[in-house]
Design a protein around this ligand. Structure first.
Ligand SMILES: Nc1ncnc2c1ncn2[C@@H]1O[C@H](COP(=O)(O)OP(=O)(O)O)[C@@H](O)[C@H]1O
Ligand SMILES: [Mg+2]
Length: 296
């Protein structure tokens, strides 16, 4: 049986996403940064975010592979990323698991994500890997559900101060928990530039030399708000989407987390994010890693 290939995502503005009544119960049913085109101006970034935000329709077709992986479980689409990949929540008597499915691509792979999840699991709360695989065109990852709602669930969009605090604390805890010594993965600036080159993206010369590393940590690699889960009391419960996890300057993550507060909650939350993380602003590194993110 052939699998359904989704057409490009429809677009949403942040407020519209937060107000989607049909999706109010959907964890993580919101939008995420696109990395489609290099740019550095704030306006361009925000325009680009608006263009690429996506939320799956409630009746999105279920790919045959996802149905086979889910068995008899009830499937709800919770997320569509900017590559057209979709994550479904699968619910049955055994509980909740998530089936992430999408086109194979040169940026990362679900095999790489599964490897990183397994490595990180002893140190910090991340989804337990249940299954992972690929065929000629697509790949998939099945994980057990982590408690909590995505930080961009409408419940948390409505309470940005608490959500941003959880994001900052969660990111700090992740950095403090994952051991640098023995980490086999890298998310260094040269590797990110090389990864972009494979995808046909040439990073501008002024982003090829990074500021000296402030603190080497194991970075999340995609520390935008949707990838942190938060419980009812406002405490972070875990991180998802770790396909790029690897060693890097902590500012590589902090810059993305701070920038994503603007995408997801509007302007004015940068300082609260830094406060919750427990660091004073470093304008040079914030600017560098923000631009690198948008250029790759
Ligand atoms: N194991 C899990 N437990 C809870 N929520 C999950 C889990 N896996 C995925 N999700 C939800 O699905 C969303 C999409 O998964 P993610 O791995 O971030 O995919 P993408 O790479 O497309 O962003 C997440 O933001 C989160 O809300
Ligand atoms: Mg994600």
């Amino acid at each position: 049986m052939s699998e359904t290939v989704f057409t490009p995502a429809s677009t949403y503005r942040p407020k519209e996403v937060a107000q989607q009544a049909d999706h109010s119960r959907v964890p993580g049913g919101s939008y995420e940064a696109s990395r489609a085109a290099p740019t550095s101006s704030r306006d361009q970034i925000l325009k680009r975010e608006n263009r690429c935000m996506a939320i799956p329709a409630a009746d999105v077709p279920v790919p045959a592979r996802v149905r086979a992986l889910a068995g008899a479980a009830t499937l709800d689409p919770v997320w569509r990323n900017n590559l057209g990949g979709v994550t479904f929540r699968a619910t049955d008597a055994d509980g909740i698991r998530y089936v992430k499915w999408g086109l194979r691509n040169a940026e990362t792979s679900m095999r790489a994500e599964a490897e990183r999840l397994r490595w990180a699991a002893p140190f910090t709360p991340v989804p337990p890997v249940l299954d992972e695989g690929r065929d000629a065109t697509h790949e998939w990852l099945v994980t057990a559900g982590v408690p909590g709602l995505s930080a961009v669930d409408p419940r948390w969009i409505a309470e940005p101060a608490r959500a941003v605090q959880a994001l900052g604390r969660g990111l700090r805890a992740l950095h403090d928990a994952l051991p640098v010594v023995g980490c086999p993965f890298s998310w260094s600036v040269p590797e990110r530039i090389a990864n972009a080159a494979v995808r046909g993206i040439r990073v501008p010369d002024d982003l090829r030399v990074s500021p000296p590393i402030d603190r080497l940590v194991v970075c999340h690699g995609d520390a935008c708000a949707p990838n942190t889960l938060i419980d009812d009391d406002g405490a972070w419960t875990g991180h998802v989407d770790l396909g790029a996890l690897g060693l890097g300057d902590r500012w590589a993550d902090i810059a993305v987390a701070a920038m994503s507060t603007e995408w997801n909650y509007g302007p004015g939350w940068h300082d609260a994010l830094l406060d919750a993380y427990g660091v004073a602003p470093d304008a040079t590194r914030l600017a560098f890693y923000r631009q690198l993110w948008n250029a790759t």
